[in-house]
Design a protein. Structure first.
Length: 299
C-alpha cells in the first residue's frame, strides 16, 4: 500500500539546499517556476528552530501530516518549533511561489542568544517543549537581506562564508525587539522608502511577465514611475543584480525547470523564453551553466 506522502520528493541532497553545516543550520531555497504545484519533504533527525519566509504567492508547510499545516502568504514569515526530534517537513509550493527556509539547531540557537549565561531571548517555551508557531510580517530590511542571501553573484568558494554572514544578519533583524512596533525602523537601509520598494517589485513583475519582449530600461522606468538612474541603482541594491541580469537568471532557472519536465524540446523552450533562435538560447545556457541544454536534460 502506497504512503499518502509518496508525491513528496525528498530534498535532502537536492539543489534546493543552499547551505548545510552540521550542528549549526541549514538553508533551503524553493522557487517554483513551473506551471504545476511542487511537493517536497525533508526529514529532521534533531531539534531545530524553523523559520520560513514566503517571497511570493502562498506556500504551505506541514509537519509529519498534511493536515498539520501552516500557510504563509507573500511577505510573511513563520517561526516554528516542535519538541519532536524525528519529523518530516512537507512543502507544498504552487506555481510562481518562492520560499526560503532556515533550520537552526536548537543547541546552536541557544548559544547565539546567550552571553555568559544572560539570555537575550525567552527560552521558557523551548524548555517545557511547547509547540511554537509565530507568524510575522517581513519588513523591507529583512526582505533586502533575504534577496542578498539567495543571490548567486558570489563565487562558489565564497558562498558558505557569505551565506553564514547573511543568516547572522537576518537573525539580528528578525529578533530585534526594537523593530516589533516601530515602523520607523522598517525601511530598508539602502532604499528610501516603502513606496520605492513597491515600484522596484513592480519592475521585477513586469520584466518577468513580458520576458519574451521586455521593455527597455527607459520604458520600464516610466511604467513604474522612477527615473532610470534610481531604477538601476535601487533594483541592484534590492535584488543583488542589475535588471536584465535578474531577467537572464530567471530565464535560465526557468529553462532548467522546463528541461527537467521534458515536455518541450530545446527549440520550443527557446521560443518560450523569448530567444529569436535556439542557438542564442543554447549559447546563453552554456555560458551560465558550462553545459548545453541537451546535456543538462540527459543528466
Amino acid at each position: 500500500m502506497k504512503s499518502n506522502l509518496d508525491h513528496y520528493k525528498n530534498i535532502d541532497k537536492s539543489t534546493h539546499l543552499l547551505f548545510n553545516e552540521k550542528e549549526t543550520f541549514k538553508v533551503f531555497h524553493f522557487n517554483n517556476l513551473s506551471s504545476e504545484t511542487e511537493f517536497f519533504k525533508h526529514q529532521l533527525t534533531n531539534n531545530y528552530i524553523q523559520i520560513y519566509f514566503c517571497n511570493s504567492n502562498t506556500c504551505k508547510v506541514a509537519f509529519n501530516f498534511e493536515h498539520c499545516t501552516t500557510n504563509l502568504d507573500e511577505g510573511f514569515s513563520n517561526m516554528v518549533y516542535f519538541k519532536d526530534e524525528q519529523m518530516n517537513i512537507l512543502f507544498t509550493l504552487p506555481p510562481k511561489s518562492e520560499l526560503i527556509t532556515i533550520l537552526i539547531s536548537i543547541e546552536y540557537f541557544h548559544s547565539l542568544f546567550s552571553i555568559e549565561g544572560n539570555f537575550l531571548f525567552n527560552f521558557n517555551s523551548f524548555k517545557v517543549g511547547k509547540p511554537i508557531i509565530e507568524p510575522k510580517q517581513t519588513t523591507p530590511t529583512i526582505q533586502f537581506v533575504l534577496n542578498q542571501l539567495i543571490s548567486k553573484q558570489i563565487t562558489k568558494a565564497l558562498r558558505p562564508v557569505f551565506i553564514k554572514g547573511k543568516v547572522y544578519e537576518l537573525l539580528s533583524y528578525y529578533f530585534n525587539p526594537s523593530n516589533e512596533n516601530n515602523t520607523e525602523n522598517e525601511n530598508c537601509p539602502y532604499i528610501a522608502n516603502e513606496e520605492t520598494i513597491s515600484k522596484i517589485k513592480k519592475a521585477k513583475e513586469i520584466i518577468i511577465e513580458e520576458m519574451i519582449n521586455p521593455p527597455s530600461l527607459e520604458e520600464l522606468a516610466k511604467q513604474v514611475g522612477l527615473n532610470i538612474k534610481k531604477l538601476k541603482t535601487d533594483f541592484k541594491e534590492f535584488y543583488g543584480v542589475p535588471v536584465f541580469t535578474f531577467l537572464l537568471n530567471y530565464k535560465m532557472e526557468l529553462a532548467k525547470k522546463l528541461l527537467q519536465e521534458q515536455k518541450l524540446n530545446v527549440n520550443e523552450i527557446a521560443i518560450n523564453l523569448g530567444y529569436s533562435t535556439s542557438s542564442h538560447f543554447i549559447a546563453a545556457f552554456k555560458r551560465k551553466y558550462k553545459i548545453t541544454p541537451k546535456q543538462y536534460s540527459k543528466s
